[in-house]
Write a protein that binds this ligand. Structure first.
Ligand code: 1GP
Length: 228
């Protein structure tokens, strides 16, 4: 079993977007610590299975970040289950997870399931709008961190700025609240300098969109210093 807590850099691949086989080869052999398969739009079982089977040719941890019950495939190393803490709709906090466990609970290998407390901080992000989020201020984000660490004791807090580069000073302050919970940062990382800046505070950084926009530059982000 892989130790996700040691992952410093992760690429997130979207089943609704395409990379060539050569690009998948470069991503999987880049030195990144793991690949997350996940997206918001048009995530289908066929797309997930297709992408997983291409990644599976490489000895690298592969995670499904579950966004819809219709596209859950067997064969991943971990299943990350988001719960959107700043959603105004309980559906995204617990109800879809509840429905999923009711349906699949009997066959879940619980050691592969990892819950993520998501705080979505970019109002332009599709996930923000889909899950009807409310933008928290600084103190409210810190309070979410304290809830995740001390009350819910979730394994991961995910600061999600998907599509835009976030506030490093907020990431730093959130990190100071966490001892047990792994801090994951994702959003708008397009350069090695940005990756290094966020990796200074976050335990794990996630690079997604830029692979589909500036592939070679996105690959460079794996060169962050891995030791802390
Ligand atoms: C998205 O946090 C990830 O869920 C990464 O964000 O796509 O903006 O890199 P970007």
């Amino acid at each position: 079993m892989y130790n996700r807590k040691t992952w410093r850099h992760v690429f997130k691949l979207d089943p609704d977007k395409s990379l060539t086989d050569h690009q998948i080869d470069q991503v999987c052999q880049s030195g990144t610590d793991a690949i997350i398969v996940g997206g918001t739009d048009h995530v289908t079982l066929e797309g997930v299975v297709n992408l997983m089977s291409r990644i599976r040719q490489y000895p690298i941890p592969c995670v499904l970040e579950v966004s819809t019950l219709d596209a859950i495939a067997l064969g991943f190393d971990f299943y990350f289950i988001p719960t959107v803490l700043n959603s105004q709709d309980k559906k995204w906090l617990l109800d879809i997870q509840h429905r999923a466990i009711k349906e699949y609970g009997h066959m879940i290998n619980w050691s592969e399931l990892v819950t993520e407390g998501y705080v979505i901080l970019n109002p332009e992000a599709k996930a923000y709008q889909l899950t009807d989020c409310q933008l928290p201020d600084f103190e409210e984000v810190i309070a979410y961190a304290q809830i995740v660490e001390h009350m819910l004791k979730m394994p991961i807090l995910y600061l999600e700025y998907s599509g835009t580069y976030g506030d490093p000073s907020l990431v730093k302050s959130v990190k100071e609240e966490l001892n047990h919970t792994q801090l994951v940062y994702g959003g708008g990382i397009t350069t090695l300098a940005q990756a290094e800046e966020m990796a200074e505070f976050a335990d794990t950084i996630v690079v997604g969109n830029s692979l589909y926009e500036h592939f070679d530059q996105a690959l460079e982000t794996v060169k962050i210093k891995k030791d802390r």
